[in-house]
Design a protein around this ligand. Structure first.
Ligand code: PFF
Length: 466
């Protein structure tokens, strides 16, 4: 006997879950970092254009596939397009599993930072020595336990189901996230770096933008909007037929973009308020998020005692609402493809992905082989892994630079070229083609594939957008 398909309780439920998926470490961490690297303003505008002109149409296409097929991933593609298209669903599930396996490790750090800050807030801040974070990364036991803790919370919520688990959890987490972000930005704006931050983020200076910035914006839009691996197909499959696609997708894109911008405003203001910081900021933002920010909270920011632990609640919630969707991609594939019960699907997928996480968790210094692994001198693999070193970085490069763009390209071809436009109109409940519909198709047929193909060629030629 087949069980009736679960569904979100309302349009709001979908928006909470899907924007929860989109808002994540990519917004808090990657976006400010890439924007900083590209000297701000012009890059932000290019990103906005990419999110609107490519991100929104592809998100609508993914939701369309899920809502129409009432299935997720491979079975959805198979139902609408036949067996050969199901490969796209499997590729997405593989990408979901890969991203999840290393995203969990980073997410786990937020738990540690939360308790560390809680302790500092009560007993007084003691500046850790410069090796402290590196030692933590290399501590295999800590890495595995924290990853496991995050994995179990994620698995438990997914196990509870779409309505009682994912929707309920994200409906609680998203408003908390918004409030915490506004509180963070509000506090940051009292700091002296505010004006400089605004002029850096919002002034249009194309001369200082790196040429790769255009493609970086496309890659970031994919990652940040959770596109290219079927997360939105899965969530779309739990939508009611009457739930609108355009406005739901637009809400997600707007919320995600606002979060990225607010995060940028907060980070830039804090950084630019501390003159000695500007110079030694390169070297990535992990340090910024987990080392520099706590220090600044306690030493430079008003109300830092409260803000510091709360900030890591923000990071943890943002990460968790994203990992839920990644986990659901794999879980729902097993449910829809194999007919398994949710509990069995969660157990199997969690075991599988956690095994992958162990390799990522040990690649930060805990295990020499995994930490030093690279394919720089291996002809074909070098194309897929660039000159990255260590399992975590290798997986990130493979997923963000290859799997998501290739998956996204597949979606544009499937909906833009393969599905008949009469079929699209019919399923969208439109009597005839409107301007919006034509623009959507034009983006899916021409604009988005062209941008993605250029991105993929650049990656194949050795560019790195992770
Ligand atoms: N959008 C998430 C972020 O910005 O952190 C990452 C992500 C989640 C990517 C879910 C893909 C996905 F399916």
């Amino acid at each position: 006997m087949t069980m009736p398909r679960e569904s979100f309780g309302s349009k709001l439920g979908f928006i909470a879950a899907a924007s929860g998926s989109a808002v994540g470490l990519g917004n808090l961490w990657k976006f400010p970092y890439i924007t900083w690297e590209n000297n701000g303003g012009a890059f932000v505008l290019v990103y906005l254009a990419a999110a609107l002109m490519l991100g929104l149409p592809i998100m609508m296409a993914e939701i369309f596939i899920g809502r129409t097929a009432k299935l997720s991933g491979a079975p959805a593609y198979k139902k609408l397009g036949g067996n050969k298209w199901s490969k796209l669903g499997y590729l997405g599930a593989a990408a979901g599993g890969i991203i999840l396996s290393y995203y969990m490790v980073i997410a786990g750090w937020s738990i540690r930072s939360f308790f560390q800050c809680l302790n500092w807030s009560f007993t007084g801040y003691v500046q850790p020595d410069s090796k402290e974070f590196g030692d933590f990364l290399a501590d295999s036991r800590a890495q595995i336990l924290l990853t496991l803790a995050f994995t179990l919370v994620n698995a438990f919520i997914i196990f509870l189901g779409v309505g009682k688990g994912i929707e309920k959890a994200t409906k609680i987490m998203m408003p908390v996230l918004v409030l915490l972000m506004l509180y963070l930005v509000g506090t940051a704006l009292t700091m002296p770096g505010r004006d400089e931050a605004f002029s850096m983020i919002f002034s249009l200076d194309f001369k200082n933008m790196k040429p790769e910035g255009y493609l970086e914006a496309v890659g970031q839009a994919f990652f940040s909007l959770s596109l290219g691996l079927g997360a939105m197909v899965a969530y779309g499959s739990y939508m009611k037929k009457s739930d609108p696609i355009i406005s739901s997708a637009a809400w997600v894109v707007v919320l995600d973009t606002l979060f990225a911008l607010l995060s940028c405003v907060a980070m830039f203001t804090i950084i630019l308020s501390v003159p000695e910081l500007k110079e030694h900021l390169s070297g990535g933002t992990v340090g910024m998020l987990f080392i520099t920010l706590p220090e600044l909270f306690y030493t430079k920011m008003p109300g830092g005692l409260i803000l510091a632990p709360l900030f890591f609640v923000l990071v943890a919630f943002a990460a968790l609402s994203s990992t839920l969707s990644l986990g659901e991609v794999v879980t729902s594939l097993l449910i829809d493809r194999k007919g398994w019960k949710r509990s069995k699907a969660v157990m199997v997928s969690t075991t599988f992905i956690f095994t992958g996480s162990i390799f990522a968790a040990l690649s930060l210094g805990g295990n020499q082989f995994l930490s030093k692994l690279n394919f720089e001198n291996t002809p074909v693999l070098k194309i897929f892994f660039h000159n990255k070193t260590g399992v975590l970085s290798l997986l990130d490069h493979l997923a963000a630079n290859w799997l998501l763009p290739v998956g996204g390209l597949g979606v544009t071809i499937f909906v833009g070229w393969f599905l008949h436009s009469d079929f699209l109109l019919d399923k969208l409940g439109l009597k005839k083609s409107t301007i919006g519909f034509k623009l959507w198709l034009w983006s899916l047929r021409v604009l988005a594939p062209a941008a993605i193909i250029i991105l993929i060629i650049s990656v194949a030629l050795g560019k790195d957008f992770s």
